[in-house]
Design a protein around this ligand. Structure first.
Ligand SMILES: Nc1ncnc2c1ncn2[C@@H]1O[C@H](COP(=O)(O)OP(=O)(O)OP(=O)(O)O)[C@@H](O)[C@H]1O
Length: 693
């Protein structure tokens, strides 16, 4: 579509030229047309929008109108400090309550006070007390979605009189051929892909935001030109190639005059955006400060919901709109500390249709309970559990959040397996010969927990396997639990049915471990366990080593044309027993490493890696793209074998120098004495001759 047919106003040539010259130094020859830069107008405290950098307003507006906002109407944040007067509120029936009741002062914020203070202190140091020659500073705000990170920044900025200039992500579809030609010039031999253009546009945005003050409008004082740049959505290109972001940030830190704030929300499903975009070395190199927000606490959430519910009830004057405390608590429980989700659920559940439907179902339920009540009275505890279940369903029914749990907490819930006491009169007792299987009622549903951890069943089992023993106190219980884990493993062993069986496997493993642990069978003796650290499975390291060995074996002994398993389990053990196998140094070292099993009494243990509370749990080797490093691995592994030394086998040393971590390795040269002799010497084996007569 041509610019004219799309209704866009093209930028006058002089303006484009003027801008192009200004940025030539930063972008080399790629002069980007301002029309391509999706800049949100500056906001000032008088609520006027100013567009010092946005010359082609129409094209940007049009682009924005095509893209639905990711989570909230951006337009509302433009007028952040001018929320509508309360008396007009009921006129806009359809206005989302998150916008209608958005916080206006620090006191309104449901965020932990400590976090607000931390952010405020950072802003003061890096904006108000900034030294003239100080470079750019970067702040990274992390935390679960909807915990008020953006709201905090906006309110603090308003309080400190700082303007917020926000990057709005253009989607790549927006870059038509026409746009790209506008950016890079009609005559240029165009070889740039949209992804590269994304990065260039982002870089250009940062430069403009940094280089130009806002235009001073009539009646405004010139004192206040403090501002910060806020970035919530980053171009996809940076996820594919984080180094390009790092390069831009390095330049920004050198050249900038105002601070840059990134807001990155936690993600439960394993692809840890923060770790990818901001690895530790970059955080250190660019002195990036990090402040991590927590989910909104139930108390704070309840205060906000109560306030909104009360205001709405007074506006509607309909008794149906009054929320009782229990319903609000239910809402809070269903939204995992996400205030946006809680307020949305509240608004949804206040809708008339929903209320009528709810009433209908309640009546229906009541009538069916009356029929059932011919049965003897149900105990209080039982009632409570039942109520809990129906409540949980209700949470989902009113748009509750799909709750997620970090692996650390999910494992804790399984291993600590909280129970509630049941009195003997309430439940039918197991017959005497089954009394050993008696347990108090579990307060958790293991399958739900595995599901909420966003982890495959077999991966969850690995973590459970690594950690359960520390929480057992009786060896017989450990034996039983390990049998369940073995069964779970078998369920997943067939690759063609693995996907289907994973759930069953996790169910057997989790319930098996829970049931086997007699020390946690009853609510009354569950205390006293205390905190114990959780660890990542050793299996990750061992599997990685195994893969490396396979590749190394294949490349070192390619002339035998054998599959790696066969090489490692048949050929190499055989070669290890030969006194003079006539191999090169690398092959000899590899034979020594994997060709024999050292029957040592004290095999070294790998040093365990601690699992932290927000760790996604997926090791990097599963996350990173597979395959591309295969050859490199083989070469590396072979090289590693060559330089394998024998002295890194202390107990607990990590990583291990050899595959087997044996105590006294043979010298790197020829096997001397032959492996078989060495094994016998180490273990003082008695050799008895077999007489065939
Ligand atoms: N008391 C309150 N405290 C914080 N936010 C509130 C409050 N009342 C309403 N809100 C609204 O809740 C929403 C909180 O979302 P916000 O964008 O600040 O969260 P976030 O942590 O940045 O999440 P995300 O990472 O998803 O952007 C905002 O729309 C805000 O207006």
């Amino acid at each position: 579509m041509s610019a004219s047919s799309s209704g866009k106003q093209t930028v006058p040539a002089e303006v484009a030229d003027w801008l192009a010259h200004s940025f030539g130094d930063f972008l080399g020859n790629t002069s980007i047309s301002p029309s391509a830069v999706p800049v949100k107008p500056l906001e000032d405290n008088s609520g006027r929008n100013q567009q010092p950098q946005q010359k082609d307003v129409s094209s940007v507006t049009e682009r924005r109108s095509k893209v639905p906002p990711r989570k909230r109407a951006k337009s509302s944040s433009v007028h952040l400090h001018h929320s509508k007067p309360r008396q007009n509120r009921d006129q806009s029936q359809d206005e989302p309550w998150v916008d209608r009741y958005k916080p206006e002062t620090q006191n309104d914020l449901a965020v932990q006070k400590k976090k607000i203070e931390e952010v405020e202190a950072w802003l003061k140091i890096h904006i108000l007390q900034r030294q003239p020659k100080q470079g750019g500073s970067i702040l990274l705000l992390t935390g679960p979605p909807g915990c008020g990170k953006t709201a905090t920044i906006q309110i603090l900025a308003k309080d400190l009189g700082v303007q917020v200039q926000e990057w709005i992500n253009p989607i790549s579809l927006d870059f038509t051929k026409e746009d790209l030609r506008n950016m890079f010039g009609h005559d240029s031999n165009f070889h740039t892909f949209p992804s590269q253009a994304q990065a260039a546009v982002f870089q250009d945005f940062l430069l403009r935001a940094n280089k130009y003050n806002k235009l001073q409008m009539l009646g405004e004082s010139s004192e206040n030109d403090k501002k910060l740049i806020l970035i919530e959505d980053l171009p996809n290109q940076f996820y594919r190639e984080p180094s390009s972001l790092h390069e831009i940030l390095r330049r920004f830190v050198r050249m900038s005059r105002c601070p840059l704030i990134f807001i990155i929300s936690d993600n439960f499903s394993g692809d840890n955006k923060q770790r990818l975009l901001f690895p530790v070395d970059i955080l250190e190199e660019l002195c990036i400060s990090t402040i991590s927000f927590k989910p909104i606490s139930t108390t704070n959430m309840m205060k906000v919901l109560n306030r909104i519910a009360a205001t709405e009830a007074s506006l509607k004057r309909e008794k149906n709109f009054a929320f009782d405390r229990t319903s609000l608590e239910l809402l809070c429980r269903g939204c995992s500390g996400d205030i946006r989700s809680a307020i949305n659920s509240l608004q949804f559940s206040s809708m008339k249709d929903y209320l009528l439907e709810k009433e209908f179902w309640l009546k229906k339920e009541r009538s069916s309970t009356v029929k059932c009540e011919a049965a003897p009275a149900v105990s209080k505890v039982r009632k409570k559990t039942k109520a809990d279940n129906s409540e949980d369903q209700e949470i989902q029914a009113i748009g509750g959040k799909d709750a997620s749990i970090f692996l650390f907490h999910a494992l804790g819930k399984i291993i600590y397996c909280k129970r509630e006491p049941v009195s003997e009169s309430e439940f039918p007792q197991l017959p005497a010969h089954l009394s050993e299987y008696r347990r108090d009622t579990l307060l958790i549903q293991p399958e739900d927990i595995v599901e909420k951890s966003h982890m495959s069943g077999s991966m969850f089992n690995l973590y459970l396997h690594q950690n359960y023993v520390d929480f057992f106190s009786d060896i017989d219980d450990v034996v039983r639990a390990s049998e369940y884990l073995s069964t779970a493993d078998v369920l997943c062993s067939n690759w063609s049915t693995q996907l289907v069986m994973e759930k069953y496997s996790a169910s057997v493993a989790t319930r098996g471990v829970i049931h086997s642990n007699m020390s946690r069978a009853f609510a009354h003796h569950q205390g006293g366990m205390g905190f114990r650290p959780l660890h990542k499975p050793q299996w990750f390291f061992i599997d990685k080593k195994y893969q490396e060995n396979c590749l190394a074996a294949k490349s070192l002994f390619s002339s035998f044309c054998l599959p790696p398993e066969c090489l490692q389990t048949e050929l190499l053990p055989y070669l290890a027993t030969l006194a003079n196998p006539m191999r090169n140094q690398a092959q000899i070292a590899f034979i020594q490493d994997v060709g024999r099993l050292p029957l040592k009494r004290n095999l070294g243990r790998l040093k365990l890696e601690t699992l932290t509370d927000k760790d996604p749990g997926m090791p990097d080797l599963f996350v990173s793209s597979e395959g591309d490093g295969a050859d490199a691995h083989a070469v590396e592994a072979a090289a590693e074998v060559e330089k394998t030394t024998i002295d890194e086998n202390e107990l607990g040393g990590f990583p291990l120098s050899s595959s087997q971590c044996s105590g006294s390795e043979l010298p790197c040269s020829q096997p001397q004495p032959v492996a078989a002799q060495a094994i016998m010497e180490e273990d003082e084996l008695q050799v008895e001759e077999y007489d065939s007569d």
